[in-house]
Write a protein that binds this ligand. Sequence first.
Ligand SMILES: C[S@@+](CC[C@H](N)C(=O)[O-])C[C@H]1O[C@@H](n2cnc3c(N)ncnc32)[C@H](O)[C@@H]1O
Length: 968
Amino acid sequence: MPRGGKKNNSRGRGGRGRGGGRGGWGPSSGARQPYVEVTKQNERFERFYNELSIVPEGEEREEFWSAIKRELPNSFRFAGSKGHALAVQKRLVEHYVPEITSVKYNDEPVEPPKPIPWYPEQLAWAMTTPKNVVRKFPPFASFQKFLVSETSVGNISRQEVVSMIPPLLMDIKPGMAVLDLCAAPGSKSAQLIEMVHGGEEARVRKVLHDIAQKEKRQLSPDGMEVKAEMEQANSEEDWSDDGRSTGLLIANDVDYRRAQMLVHQVKRLNSPNLIVMNHDATLFPSIELPKGDGQKSSILKFDRILADVPCSGDGTCRKNPNIWKDWIPGNGLGLHCVQVRILVRALQMLKVGGRVVYSTCSMNPVENEAVIASAVDRCGGLAKVNMVDCSDKLPGLKRNHGLSQWKVMDKAGRIWSSWAEVDAAKEKAGPDDESFARLVEAMFPPTDEKLPFERCMRVYPHQQDTGGFFITVLEKRSEIRARPESEPKKVKSNLAPSIISVVNEIEASTANGDDPDGLHHLESLDKLVPIHTNPDDDMDNGNAPPVARQNQSNSQSVGSAGIKRGLDEYGEASSAKKIRLREGAEDPNLPGEQDRQVHWPPPPGAELSLTEHRHDDGAPPLTYPPPGNELDEPTTPVDEDTDAGVSLPSQTDNRTSKRKNNQPHEEPFKYLDPSHPELLSIYAFYSLSPRFPRDRFMVRNATGEPVKAVYYTSALACRILEQNEGKGMKFVHCGVKMFMKQDAQGRDICRWRIQSEGLPIVEAWVGEGRVVRLWRRETLRRLLIEMFPKVAADGWQELGEIGERVRDIGMGCCVLRVEASDAEDGFEERMVLPLWRSVSSLNLMLPKEERRAMLLRLYNDSSPLIDHSQEQRAARTEPNHAQPSSTRPNYSATQADVDAATNGGNKVKGVNGGIGKTEDPVALTAYVEAEASDAEDAALAAAQVTRDEVREVAPGVADEDDRFNRTV
Ligand SMILES: C[S@@+](CC[C@H](N)C(=O)[O-])C[C@H]1O[C@@H](n2cnc3c(N)ncnc32)[C@H](O)[C@@H]1O
């Protein structure tokens, strides 16, 4: 079929099928055919892997095929900070495992979940009991509830066991800069973030403890001595920012909508050290760092890079059964080029001594060993890039060595042992025979340098009842100048330098210090390309400057990465111009490409219907499978993160190179002046320690003014965002929401409340004046069950141990510290929660699902939540606001008070900010009670209310402060 013909939609079928029905723990959508009923036959798939002998013939091969045809066990990981993850895991171990062990199903004992033996700290588990049994068999009901509620709040992440391996081999240390090049939907990014923050909690606590000690002894108030002591104690640790992690994770995906899924997935880990980007990994732009003292700006190089590349995904057929019917050899062949390019780009961006972990969920050597061989070769061989021996890592994980010999199946299903064989056959067949299309020499085992393929890792389904996976760890030994793919091996090209070789030069000279800013070279790189007046035309015809093209590249999805690139099949393109014009290659409409599939993992733990992935927080659905694969028009999600919505490209955008001005709009990231009046009010109200950084607060709107939310980022993220502003980088997410605007009235109430996401970062630096401490389980239980408990003015003691403190603390946001203790009625785990103190009530600012999850985990309590706001609303609608005397304030508001307050609206407003004059609490209270916020009530009642919205309306939604204390 000629190029430009019928659009490929078969990837869509495959993608949809694989995505469809892979739900969470909740009720099944019913759309997915049980795996046992799927026809598990594909002649070429089976013949190929049998002929390759990836496992020896005989018993083991039978085990391999029988495992691959069995339903995949469910697996999950306890996510988040280690302390918290272990606390949730403990609940499983101590409560649910014994409970399940006593269950019998069909008269057989049920196998309880088991920890994955090689996963650190028993934080990953798997269970063979089928999901539908767990869902429907009554003895599992409470376990099922636990799984659902902990997954919904992000404490449990459903993830394929083998997909957990790559991050574990990255050897991430504190302070490292890490890049996840192909990150969506984000299960590995989530692991990586946890690693970037490894040990942080304990370090910050130690810093605070030591500061307190020093202050008591009136020693150095700046804590320098403390730090020096600690550095001595453990120089491996990251103490440079008062114990906070100084590391960074950049998580990237070429597909904008998948990048949004990624944001959704990782942002609940609340990391200020995370940036999400949206670039084509093959052309990932160099990120500038600002100049240090007396130095010029430089290019960021990474300590660790994960290249979990797009692949045919045939190792996942146990959970993506459509692979059985859709597997064709063209899948792997078509992806090889883009996989090599991603890996080469990763190696370029790596520090010397740094590591790239390359992984796929495919078993095909064309996508695995051949890619490693090709990338190592292009980067200068083993002298430059070492293949790391990981055989001693993850003891207990059964694995095979990589293959040192393999064969390649062409699109027609013929199997070839060597390139020489193909060459000869090609010659005989003549130029019109298209069945050889896509075959390139680099897909075959290398014949020159002998590579230690035994250092690659292959994990097969029968080894520990998982999917299939491939992983290799590469280490950069010295600076590299990657040979452009257009240049034949070991033959020096005398043609004009290609873009890639100039990029290599920039990378190398920047790293060598010859040109530390790399800017001179970037200029010369851009000069390679003629300058045109209409940038859009440039994008379209391939003449755009490379930096601009890199930024344009998000229009190329996996499909596009795999589909739009690569006209320059190895050895064909020989100039910069030709490389620029390679768009259009690997076209799905090329013969044999119409059915090619790319593996699109859906978000872990997400409840997926056939065509859409709905946020578990009720946010508008993101379409899944990705662009080009779906049937329905995607809906436009509103970016909860920014002060404005974000509009997504239309369905076709990601599949067309003519994207022109249809780029998704991202609100800019603008850092605030540390002495901005709004920040000053925050520092003052919360007595924020001067040691808490004040130059990392950011907003997301073009004005740069704090309108709705103030975000916090790490120092390095701040430097990157500031330095690269306006340079075409596609940053789609960064920062943790720390303060939310609250339209609070009252002279002393801060108009910014602490958002629960940011609380763990800032709480330790909040002064005692805004802290409430709690020790007893019963006290917290009441606060969890009861929303807006109304407390009479003389009845604060009803709140038990916190009553007096809460009475005295003054209205507004405070920090509830739940302290651990050995007491019988005490907590084992320390917790921090946001609290809102109103005129006469109190409220934990937690979404309902989090309250429920905590009640279940801490108290095994699934009683319904009591929302006192309902009673209060009902009371307000009754004549004279009749209320039980126990819940009434010790003053009474008459209709006259209400009238006075409402009629003299500016009098009431005057309470806050001195607009009016009266500060009469009676008038104020009466007014507030009379004017419950309909808007917020409506927001709460709305079916699509998001978790963030719940948080945002929570503080004053139903209380007497409704009218005044609400999120702007
Ligand atoms: C195997 S998945 C990654 C899974 C992910 N690492 C995880 O653990 O959740 C491959 C991802 O690569 C992305 N992708 C495909 N081509 C790409 C390219 N050229 N640059 C960057 N990302 C790409 C796809 O959008 C897809 O999300």
